[in-house]
Design a protein around this ligand. Structure first.
Ligand code: FES
Ligand code: FE
Length: 355
């Protein structure tokens, strides 16, 4: 069988090479919107969350005017992280030599600065990053001049609305996190196809129709979407997840380069989180779960058990792929029609790396 040129994958060397990751950081992650937090973590003036946009340490702060500020969380003196974790503060004081910044990042005081002739406080503010929200979801973009988040999201908010999920009414439930021995693109690409679902996710395939004709794929700008209608059966690891409810089909969206947005059928719900490279062959993922008020606790428990089962199955898959693609034994692979969204992802990646 001849291979259509567009069905070839990107080179496997890109899945194991630290230099590729550095290029991706500079050309992709330094200029992209990424989910980092939710507004429940930032309820009042002085609330902060220290996080990362992949390689860029980021501080999201609720400023005195009530708005959110995004700052590079690196002290302008000698580079210490200014804050860690999350909480509430009146000012942002660096623990190293006590340079103290206001909540908007401007340098307020530096010990012994009065003895430095010509010391220009205004030139030493924390650097800004772009921050923006979609309902309770907080995104940052290390590029302070980035186009608004809404432009990157495109139709995504409308797609959730149409699917029966009003994100404004959702309540944060909890965050889960996990580390994977796989390149971030292996994790992203595994998310972007359900060609493996029938084979590798028997529980999921009992609940969601993953057949080629029923399972829909769509790409639109930076967003790649998958829609799985409900089959009607209960399923999952515990065998008890019930997908019936106001939300009639699963929606699984991927905002390039690394944010996943999941809606399971049943009660209104969203899980959202980034795929974060932590090394050329390691990845961290977290997911924030949100549910509509009044969602039965046992339904949530069943859904989480169901998700855990799927997640455990995917871990085995991606780590096995990494051992293959990272081995150097092959130069690349091929994509079939059901992997159209991977081709879309790889096109966006190649374009970004070339820019
Ligand atoms: Fe922050 Fe010195 S590094 S005060
Ligand atoms: Fe999977």
């Amino acid at each position: 069988m001849a291979v259509r040129p567009e069905s070839r994958t990107i080179p496997y060397a890109w899945y194991a090479n630290p230099a590729t990751l550095r290029t991706e950081q500079e050309h992709v992650f330094a200029r992209s919107w990424q989910y980092v937090a939710h507004t429940g973590q930032l309820p009042e003036s002085g609330s902060f969350v220290a996080t990362r946009a992949v390689h860029v340490p980021v501080l999201v702060v609720r400023a005195r005017d009530g708005g959110l500020r995004g700052l590079v969380n690196v002290c302008r003196h000698r580079g210490s992280l200014v804050c860690e974790g999350e909480g509430r503060r009146e000012t942002l004081q660096c623990p190293y030599h006590a340079w103290t910044y206001d909540l908007d990042g401007s340098l307020r005081s530096a010990p012994r600065a009065d003895r430095e002739p010509g010391f220009d406080r205004e030139a030493h503010s924390l650097l800004p990053v772009a921050v923006d929200t979609w309902g309770p979801f907080v995104f940052v973009n290390p590029d302070p001049d980035a186009a608004p988040l809404a432009e990157a999201l495109g139709e995504l908010p409308a797609l959730l609305d149409a699917g029966g999920v009003d994100v404004e009414t959702l309540r944060f439930h909890h965050r889960t996190g996990a580390d994977y021995a796989a390149n971030w693109k292996v994790c992203a690409e595994n998310y972007l196809e359900c060609y493996h679902c029938q084979v590798a996710h028997p529980g999921f395939s009992k609940v969601v129709d993953v057949s080629e004709d029923a399972y829909r794929l769509e790409e639109n700008g930076l967003v790649a979407s998958q829609y799985g209608p409900v089959k009607g059966a209960r399923g999952g690891g515990a065998g008890s997840f019930d997908p019936s409810g106001a939300v009639e089909r699963g929606q699984f969206h991927f905002l390039f380069p690394n944010t996943t947005v999941n809606v399971m059928p049943g009660h209104p719900n969203v899980s959202i989180g980034p795929v974060v490279p932590t090394g050329a062959e390691t990845t961290h993922r977290f997911l924030d779960y949100f549910f509509a008020a009044g969602t039965p606790a046992d339904w949530i428990e069943d859904l989480l058990a169901f998700d855990d089962q799927v997640g455990a199955e995917d871990r085995v898959l991606v780590e096995r792929v990494q051992r293959g693609v990272g081995s150097g034994a092959l130069e690349g692979g091929v994509l079939v029609a059901s992997e159209r969204l991977i081709a879309h992802f790889q096109r966006l990646l190649v374009d970004a790396l070339a820019s």
